[in-house]
Design a protein around this ligand. Sequence first.
Ligand code: GTP
Ligand code: SPV
Ligand code: MN
Length: 589
Amino acid sequence: MTQNKSVLDWIENMKALVTPDNVVWITGEEAQLEELRKEACSTGEMIKLNEEKLPGCYLHRTAVNDVARVEDRTFICSKKEEDAGPTNHWMDPEKAYKMLYDIAKGSYKGRTMYVIPYSMGPVGSHFAKVGVELTDSIYVVLNMAIMTRVGNKVWDVLGDSNDWVRGLHCKCQIDAEKRYICHFPEDNTIISVNSGYGGNVLLGKKCFALRIASFQGKNEGWMAEHMLILGVQNPKGEIKYVTAAFPSACGKTNLAMLIPPEGYRAKGYKVWTVGDDIAWMRIGPDGRLWAINPENGFFGVAPGTNEKSNPNALHTTRQGTIFTNVAHNLDDNTVWWEGLDKNPPENAVDWKGNPWNGKTSTEKGAHPNSRFTAPAKNCPCISPEFENGAGVPISAIVFGGRRAQTTPLVYQSRDWNNGVFVGSIMASETTAAATGAVGVVRRDPMAMLPFCGYHMGDYFKHWIEMGEKLGDKAPKIFNVNWFRLDDEGNFIWPGFGDNLRVLEWIIDRCEGKVDAEETAIGYVPHAEDINLEGLKDFSIDTLKGILKVDNGQWAKEAEGIEEFYKKFGDRLPAELRAELDGLKERLAK
Ligand code: GTP
Ligand code: SPV
Ligand code: MN
């Protein structure tokens, strides 16, 4: 345990508030976690799955009203409203604490308080940061034990420091009307009440590693981003690292675990996964940008994951994994989700807990935002650098979203500031990862709209300043769109493993090995420079179609950006204003 006074005092205060029957300190030892798994199974909180087919795997169903992040109930409680900015919901911290303490008061009565010390990042790395989460949910403990590094070793590195993030989670009655996910960036504090779902309650993830950490990064000169990190190894054995920011459920896990197309594999290409959701990045001693994945597992979207689309992810979930809100196959006590295979179980229970026949039912067996929580070490392509506390050097930063039209398959920004502009104007169709309408195009700068813990205008400025510090060592910035649709609504680009064809062009551009065509929005590949070898039923003319930049559509886009930028008032950096003017000028030519 710990003698850290700031920790002990805070826990005493929280105990007095929520009044648990008892307190359990999570040590990180396997025997303790195993006891908790048994207890969760005895109460029905979790179901133990087939030990032969899915060793060490469990199923959990959340309440039907509690299956995704709740962006409209997520608040940044900075002292000044203007510091939360126009893209966040804000609540006065005094008012928020009072409201939350009223809800939390006595809520652990009859329950156990679990104290989870955790490290985001390899324990002791200079990138890493410590958090403590208090929860009354065993499901949260077991998920945190997969997603982060938990246990006594964290107390050892924390010592008597006060630099740690406080997190209080109270399940309460899972009352959607009293659900609040509140962040106090100035106090390093997170309070989450009335939810039991992933991103709302695994406080190390979006709440700390993005919302609180983005604020810390601005103050301390580093970056916390909603990005995957992967390494592409070429036949010579050289590995180049790339980060990519796509909005929720837009393909980060899939790209991070990409399996090269056959022709590439034969030549010796390989992709290594460093992270699938979050990157913390700092300028290294060599002046380049270095990144770590602060997480220790994957909280991935289950539907659509299969032996063809993402065999690495599927393999990763075959042991030691917790499944949330997928269908339960009663015949062999395994799990199923839409898009796993063409053979849905007939004798099953759906994500709501109702009897379900996959052959005849018109209802979905798994919720579209059902998830797996799997240890990173299970991943067949986990990078040898995954545990390296110094991180990996980044050559390229890729932005992307789900756009049926307008945005080409790939383009390169003109320079860093233009790249920041490209990130700032990202737009994507919404997905099931958050509650609310699905398929509506919304601006989601750097895929951080729901995750930036301070004023988005200041966040843009921070990006610009990082570019000034990096100078000519800055990664090159690109934008991709795997999701262009044809007239019948089918995806035009094959995507998944074939995305390596685009990554290859990106890396070649970083190394100055390939030319490009200058357009109003940036540099687009000559179609001949994207390797289509071995791609069946895909012609170079189809490729040309999705590489085309339509100036008419982009002129409309520029109007939308103008509208969006108005939100930021005088906190929009002048550099971005100039970039928008430059785009309009080039479009008018
Ligand atoms: P979060 O965990 O919510 O942050 O999501 P993510 O960005 O990791 O998304 P993920 O990789 O789980 O993919 C989400 C959905 O996008 C799945 O249904 C995938 O099948 C689909 N998808 C991923 N990559 C591609 C692609 O290259 N092309 C197409 N058409 N769909 C893709
Ligand atoms: C996302 O929605 O971007 C996720 C899942 O990665 S959650 O942890 O719920 O935020
Ligand atoms: Mn995510």
